[in-house]
Design a protein around this ligand. Structure first.
Ligand SMILES: Nc1ncnc2c1ncn2[C@@H]1O[C@H](COP(=O)(O)OP(=O)(O)OP(=O)(O)O)[C@@H](O)[C@H]1O
Length: 303
């Protein structure tokens, strides 16, 4: 059997008094596209940094493509692509030169560098920008260039930390299209993102991280089934009305969550007739989403 692309076991990472990662376990099978979701400060970026070798776990085990970190981090790095959350492109270089520098860093033999740069440009739809300096690129193009840089070594594992953060919806969609192509090509991808709804359409599996651990894990459809059911009924109203809806749902054993000025009662397809009568016609009846699951789980844990 193939070794897992990622294996983290009982990892702990502390920064002074803060425990950023607290006994985290995570295994990712080759070819899987995994989304790491979690509220701010949950430990996602620290987990990513442990996988890239930028941070060393205080205890526990971290393995990437069969290489134990930190001892074999050089070998792991050669097979891994990294797209960091923060833009650190070289402003003075052209798009192509930025990639050439990375092809050298990645220790590609000289004769393979040109083709690798061409392939990365094509994969991220930047070929016609190759001669432009980085300075003049739009936010979306800069993100795609960061991605191009991350795949210069044709990695078996791609680590994406918030690849679409700060981009407007149309440009995010372009980025998702490019990332979707990587997925189709069979690359293992581990990605953190706050755009849960968008991730839901792309990922094979989701791991929800909270307080430095994975609190739930599974395919989006399975997580929906397990935690939120099929339908959400939304009831709008005053704060008192919302509190009443929550209390009635809880009494019937149905989960609920706040959605702006409404309360969404989940598993609405199983709502008993007497509760349906009490609550009246919902203002909105919709399919449940991964965001419902996320808010439900992390909200419960916050309490
Ligand atoms: N270098 C560091 N020094 C001190 N504390 C740190 C450092 N890196 C992370 N932390 C702390 O560790 C915790 C986890 O941070 P981390 O960045 O991993 O969370 P995250 O899930 O990526 O959050 P976000 O979604 O906001 O990026 C936070 O409390 C953070 O303040």
């Amino acid at each position: 059997m193939n070794a897992p692309a990622v294996r983290i076991s009982a990892a702990v990472k502390r920064y002074g008094d803060i425990t950023a990662v607290n006994g985290l376990d995570l295994e990712v099978a080759p070819g899987t596209f995994l989304g790491l979701l979690g509220p701010n400060g949950a430990g996602k970026s620290t987990t990513m940094r442990m996988l890239t070798g930028q941070t060393r776990a205080d205890s526990g085990e971290v393995e990437v493509l069969g290489c134990r970190l930190p001892a074999e981090s050089r070998a792991a790095r050669a097979m891994t692509g990294v797209v960091p959350q923060h833009d650190n492109l070289d402003e003075e270089l052209t798009v192509r030169q930025n990639l050439e520098v990375f092809a050298r860093f990645a220790q590609l033999p000289k004769e393979r560098r040109g083709p690798a740069v061409d392939r990365a440009l094509a994969a991220t739809r930047l070929t016609d920008r190759a001669r432009h300096t980085t300075e003049g690129l739009s936010g979306g193009m800069r993100r795609r260039l960061l991605l191009a840089r991350g795949i210069i070594n044709d990695p078996r594992l791609l680590l994406l930390d918030e690849p679409t953060v700060g981009l407007d919806p149309q440009v995010r969609q372009e980025m998702w299209d490019v990332i979707g192509d990587m997925r189709s090509a069979g690359t293992t991808v581990v990605m953190t993102t706050h755009y849960i709804e968008e991730a839901e359409r792309l990922v094979d599996e989701v791991a929800v991280v909270f307080a430095g651990r994975v609190v739930t894990r599974g395919a989006p459809a399975a997580l929906l089934r397990e935690h939120a059911g099929e339908q959400a009924a939304e009831y709008e109203g005053t704060a008192a009305r919302r509190a009443e809806v929550e209390a009635l749902a809880a009494r019937a054993g149905l989960p609920s969550r706040r959605t702006g000025l409404s309360v969404s009662v989940l598993r609405a397809e199983t709502m008993p007739a007497d509760l349906r009568d009490l609550l009246g016609t919902p203002d909105v009846l919709r399919r449940t989403t991964l965001e419902d699951v996320f808010v439900l789980l992390t909200g419960e844990l916050f309490q």
